[in-house]
Design a protein around this ligand. Structure first.
Ligand code: DAH
Length: 337
C-alpha cells in the first residue's frame, strides 16, 4: 500500500469518527489519535524522508490537505458541544437596564391602611355591589322620599331604574339583613355621584364605612374606636372634636374633626387657618334602620361611621387636586412607593 492510500484511509476513518463523536472528550480522542504527536497521520509524515523528491512533494501536499481538513472538521464539531456562547460584540461589563416595578395605587394603599387598622380592632371586611337599588342606597337608610340626594342631579341612574351607589352605607343594610348581632364590619368600596368635576370633587371616588351592632353599644364605644383609628392613621398626639351633625341613618349624628397634623392646630393653609380638619361622619344607627332590617332596637344598638378615602389621602399626603388620583400620570403615582 502506498503512503497516499494510507493517507486516504486515515482521512476516511478520521472523518467518520469525528462525525460520530458525541462529546468534546470523544472529539479530543480523535484529534489525538490522528493528528497528535504520536498520531496516525503524523506517523505517515515521518515516512516522507524515505521517498524521492517528487513523491515527497505530492504525498506531503496530500498529507497537509488531510490535516487541514480534519482540523477544520474537529473545530466545527467542537462548536456544537460548546456551552459558553461568547459573542465578542457584547460588552459584559456594561450596567444592565433595570426594569420598572409598579406600585400599588395610592388610593388602594390608603384603603389598605384604613381597613388594616379596623381589622386590628376586630372588624370583619365586607363588600357590596356598585350598582344598587333605591331601597338599599336610600329607603332602608331612612332617607325621606323627597330627599335631594335622590334627585337625578346628585345620583347617577343606570338602566332598569337602578343607581350607582352614592355611598358605601347600603352594605350596612345588606349585612344587617344577612346576619344577627353581634356584627362588626368594615366596608371599603367605590362610590359615585353626579358632581361637576373639580379640584375637590369627582364623579367616582372611594369610601370606607364601618359599623357595629350588639347589645348595650353606646356612643362612648364609638368614640373609643374612632379616637384609636385617627391616632393610628394621622399620628398619636392628635386631638379630636365630635361635632353634632345630621345623617338620615344615624341618630344622634356627629362629624369628627382632628387637629391639623401639619400645623398642630395653630392654623395653616391645609386646615384653612381653622386648626381643624374634617375627617368623617358617624353616629348611633337610627332605630328605623334596625327595624327595617329585622332587629329589635330595644334589644340592640349600634354605631356607624363613614369616610371619604380621597379626602383623607389628600390631607395626609398634601395633594391639592382630586383629579391626580384618576389621571394615572406615572410621575404622580411613582411618588408613593
Ligand atoms: N354615607 C355618608 C356620606 O356619604 C357618610 C357616613 C356618615 C356614613 C355617617 C356612616 C355614618 O356610616 O354613620 O356622606
Amino acid at each position: 500500500m502506498s503512503l497516499l492510500d494510507d493517507i486516504n484511509h486515515i482521512n476516511n476513518q478520521a472523518k467518520e469518527r469525528i462525525s460520530n463523536a458525541d462529546s468534546l472528550d470523544s472529539l479530543n480522542e480523535a484529534k489525538v489519535k490522528y493528528l497528535g504527536r504520536k498520531g496516525e497521520l503524523t506517523a505517515v509524515l515521518k515516512e516522507l524522508k524515505n521517498l524521492s523528491v517528487d513523491e515527497k512533494k505530492s504525498v506531503g501536499a496530500q498529507a497537509n490537505r488531510c490535516r487541514q481538513e480534519l482540523e477544520e472538521l474537529i473545530a466545527t464539531a467542537a462548536g456544537k458541544f460548546s456551552t459558553s456562547k461568547t459573542d465578542s460584540s457584547f460588552d459584559y461589563t456594561l450596567p444592565g437596564t433595570s426594569s420598572q416595578i409598579g406600585v400599588v395605587h395610592i388610593i388602594n394603599q390608603v384603603i389598605d391602611e384604613i381597613v388594616n387598622i379596623f381589622h386590628g380592632m376586630g372588624f370583619e371586611i365586607a363588600r357590596g355591589p356598585d350598582i344598587e337599588t333605591d331601597y338599599y342606597n336610600f329607603e332602608a337608610l331612612n332617607f325621606p322620599p323627597d330627599h335631594p340626594a335622590r334627585d337625578m342631579q346628585d345620583t347617577m341612574f343606570v338602566e332598569g331604574g337602578r343607581i350607582l351607589r352614592t355611598h358605601t352605607t347600603p352594605v350596612q343594610v345588606r349585612k344587617l339583613e344577612e346576619q344577627n348581632p353581634p356584627i362588626k364590619i368594615i366596608v371599603p368600596g367605590r362610590t359615585y355621584r353626579n358632581e361637576a368635576i373639580s379640584t375637590r370633587a369627582h364623579i367616582a371616588f372611594h369610601q370606607v364605612d364601618g359599623f357595629l351592632v350588639d347589645e348595650g353599644v353606646s356612643m362612648a364605644d364609638m368614640k373609643g374606636v374612632l379616637v384609636a383609628f385617627c391616632k393610628s392613621f394621622f399620628g398619636p398626639d392628635l386631638k379630636l372634636k365630635f361635632r353634632p351633625s345630621f345623617f338620615p341613618f344615624t341618630e344622634p349624628s356627629a362629624e369628627v374633626d382632628v387637629s391639623c397634623f401639619l400645623c398642630k392646630g395653630k392654623g395653616c393653609q391645609l386646615c384653612k387657618y381653622s386648626g381643624w380638619l374634617e375627617i368623617l361622619g358617624c353616629g348611633m344607627i337610627d332605630p328605623n334602620v334596625l327595624i327595617k332590617t329585622g332587629h329589635d332596637p330595644e334589644k340592640y344598638t349600634g354605631y356607624a361611621f363613614g369616610m371619604g378615602v380621597e379626602r383623607i389621602a389628600m390631607l395626609k399626603y398634601k395633594i391639592n387636586d382630586i383629579r391626580h388620583f384618576f389621571n394615572n400620570d406615572i410621575r404622580f403615582l411613582r411618588q408613593f412607593k
